[in-house]
Design a protein around this ligand. Sequence first.
Ligand SMILES: [Zn+2]
Ligand SMILES: [Zn+2]
Length: 403
Amino acid sequence: MLSTRDFIEKDYYAALGVPKDADAAAIKKAYRKLATELHPDKNPNNADAEARFKDVSEAYDVLSDTKRRAEYDDARRLFGAGGRTGGFSGGFPGGAGGGEPFDLGDLFGAAGTAGAPRGGAGGLGDLLGGLFGGGGAGTARGRSQAASGPARGQDVETEATLSFDEAVLGVTVPLRMQSPGTCPTCSGSGAKPGTSPHTCPVCQGAGVTSRSQGAFAFSEPCRNCRGTGQVVDDPCPTCSGSGITTQTRTITVRIPAGVKDGQRIRLPGKGAPGRRGGPAGDLFVVVHVAEHDLFGRKDDDLTLTVPITFAEAALGTTLTVPTLDGTVSLKVPAGTASGRTLRVRGRGVKGKGRAGDLLVTLEVAVPVRLTAAQRKVVESLAEEMDEDPRPRITAAVQAGAQR
Ligand SMILES: [Zn+2]
Ligand SMILES: [Zn+2]
């Protein structure tokens, strides 16, 4: 809602990108260009563009009207551009439009908001009408429309705990969610079934009422209808007239393959339903991934530690190891050192990009206890393998002993 402070603080010239002494033609040209660029039809779900579109429209409304432009320039001079002005916090009355509002009809085209008055008074053009003094019973249709037009549903965040495999491979999970939604009893109207809301008699549907104080007219949200422009005689028993209830929904969502613990996934359009035909919000799912008892994970690679015997390490062998989808055969070359990691390409996490690898780390297992027969064999092995496995350590020890 526009307020006097906004009016004084807002730099309408900057909004349109024109100099303070721009003539009417330059202002109109700048506005048409920006309005076309920023139009909501061209920028769906872009709150930034929407806000700028409003700013630009507002700026044009004032600057395109010689009288209001002069008032604006005076106000900026009097109160100081950008200065805090205190005191003036009310909105402006939606007076019957003065001046010649730029016909938004040709911008909205066929997609124009239903019921928007074409031309004449009532477009955005009259939002600032009768700014200083005057006012009167305005239609302010533009504003009540903005207040009751389609609204995007809220974004909702929830959590999901996935098993390790589910996170790696992707999974479809049902999520129970509590969120505000359109009341099923009254379909969001807030009126008891069989009745319907009607236009607020106090504000005539504008959602705002105005009062005058000195040279200024203030407007404030209508108390009778709490700014909605509509009143309900028999409130819906389910939602007490708000049109919104807390609902538990179970929705099925597809969690893509390759999500990580703590990751926040955005599922567009799965959030709270929009109001009055607006689009649904987004759902954000924070995933928790449980540990696996065999596999670890490093980004898109899976890790697996596989114990092998000394004989397998020394002689080489072919192992069969598990993956998350099936098994894979792995050739261990003769003379493999303990701790060596072998890479199995493409058997890791298959996320969005290239699939990760399975990294198999081989660990030579040392038997804790030996049978008598094993002991004999190992002893004769030790005798046979009399080469010093640690010559550099031995050299260092000898150097130390001589000091
Ligand atoms: Zn209801
Ligand atoms: Zn009202």
